[in-house]
Design a protein around this ligand. Structure first.
Ligand code: G6P
Length: 436
């Protein structure tokens, strides 16, 4: 079994390698190819050497190859994992900084920041998919590249690749719920529905008993339900009780927009935006990875937002390989699962997974308090994809204006002009349009 990792030089790769080692008996990988762009040569070599040491220590018969040749990596792969970042952390920093100038939330995956990242990423992922269609058309693509839901929707709309969008938020919510309720994660029965970075846990059961109100009470008392990369603004108890569903950590940007914006602006001034902080963390991580005696995933990786990424990815692969029908929350085409959304949009939802891939568990109609925000963000996502594929500036303007972080069409226009200007090198679809 061959696994190709696109963006193999990412600092998250040791997470993945650890997962492959821990699940070796189920997934039986024998070939891992880490591929990256030539500009990422140094990182690929450092991460690749650590990955090789980790595999050597495990004693498993797995080869690791490093390459810049994407087609070679993709050819005959059984699984292609995408975890790349077009424009690197510099582009992420500008995604976070530009909106702040206009008093708008600046975040890498949601709002105008996520919009900019989608414009840069979608043309690249569609190119990768053309290669998969040509050189390994039966491969599964597990997409972790952000904004994961939007990117996965673009893949399903424009290619025939078997793609699953994956995020570590649902598995982290489940893990934190297990900790808060003091139960084993395997004894917890949770249902998730929504969109990527906008997913709700709609049911929480332990041994047949509904635990949603206990969970909500404990979170409102301050128990941790957050990711490392998000400011830990406390939830309002009455609001959570009224909602009677568990919002994901990213919902803070929507439900506490004022508070989150104030904090973001202060943090950007004092400590830098998250991308600027991550640059410092990454520098330290790569220094650690260089140590020739290191042959395990280092503890320092936990400072990043990607915890449990490997478990989510590798257990998903394992369910496909072993046909175990386990439940995973992943990004898949809606096809009637949430009845108020079109069939061809991608949602994040609990699915049973077998060798045919994820089978969404029916949701039906969502209550208005969940449906309202989901409809608005899905409209923003659809427009963003259309803009990214066509380079149509009107669609781009409509996308930004539809986003709830953006207060007016005037601000949307200012944001759009700046985003297109700063990202020019990565947005050929827009500059080509300018020539017409
Ligand atoms: C969370 C999100 C990921 C995101 C990551 C960022 O885990 O689910 O989509 O990429 O945080 O973490 P970072 O450490 O890069 O800020």
């Amino acid at each position: 079994m061959k696994i190709a990792v696109i963006g193999g030089g990412s600092s998250y790769t040791p997470e993945l390698i650890e997962g492959i080692i821990l699940r070796a008996t189920q997934i039986k990988a024998d070939e891992i190819v880490l591929v990256d762009i030539e500009a990422g040569k140094e990182k690929l070599e450092i991460v690749g050497s650590l990955a090789k040491r980790m595999i050597k220590k495990s004693g498993l018969p797995i080869t690791i190859e490093l390459t810049f040749d994407r087609v070679k990596a993709i050819t005959n792969a059984d699984f292609v994992l995408t975890q790349f970042r077009v424009g690197g952390l510099d582009a992420r920093a500008s995604d976070e900084r530009i909106p702040l100038k206009y008093d708008v939330i600046g975040q890498e995956t949601v709002g105008p920041g996520g919009f900019a990242k989608a414009l840069r990423t979608i043309p690249v992922i569609l190119d990768i998919c053309k290669e998969i269609e040509q050189y390994s058309n039966d491969a599964w693509l597990i997409n972790f590249t952000n904004p994961a839901g939007i990117v996965t929707e673009a893949i399903h709309k424009y290619t025939s690749v078997k793609a699953i969008g994956l995020c570590n938020v649902p598995i982290n919510m489940k893990q934190m719920t297990a900790t808060i309720l003091e139960v084993d994660r395997d004894n917890l029965n949770m249902s998730f529905a929504g969109l990527n970075h906008l997913v709700y846990a709609t049911k929480v059961f332990v041994n047949g008993e509904d635990k949603m109100s206990t969970l909500i009470e404990r979170i409102a008392e301050g128990r941790n339900m957050n990711m490392r990369n998000i400011h830990d603004a406390p939830w309002d108890k009455e609001f959570l009780q009224a909602l009677n569903a568990l919002p994901c950590p990213y919902h803070r940007y929507y439900y506490m927009m004022d508070e989150m914006l104030i904090e973001e602006k202060e943090a950007a001034e004092l400590r830098g935006t998250r991308a600027e902080q991550v640059k410092v963390i990454e520098k330290g991580l790569f220094e650690t990875y260089k140590n020739p005696n290191l042959d395990v995933k280092p503890k320092e990786l936990e400072e990043r937002g990607g915890s449990l990424y490997s478990e989510a990815a590798i257990s998903l692969i394992s369910s496909i390989v072993t046909n175990d029908h386990a439940i995973h929350t992943v990004n898949v085409p809606n096809n009637g699962t949430i009845t108020d959304l079109p069939d061809n949009v991608v949602i994040e939802v609990s699915c049973t997974v077998n060798s045919e891939g994820p089978q969404p568990i029916q949701v039906g109609k969502l209550p208005p308090e969940l449906n309202g925000l989901i409809q608005q963000i899905k409209a923003f996502e659809q427009l963003t994809i259309e803009a990214a594929v066509t380079g149509n500036k009107q669609k781009a303007l409509l996308a930004l204006t539809t986003n709830p972080f953006v207060p007016s069409s005037k601000v949307a226009k200012l944001l759009l002009d700046e985003i297109l200007e700063v990202n020019q090198a990565y947005l050929p679809q827009f500059s080509m349009k300018a020539l017409v």
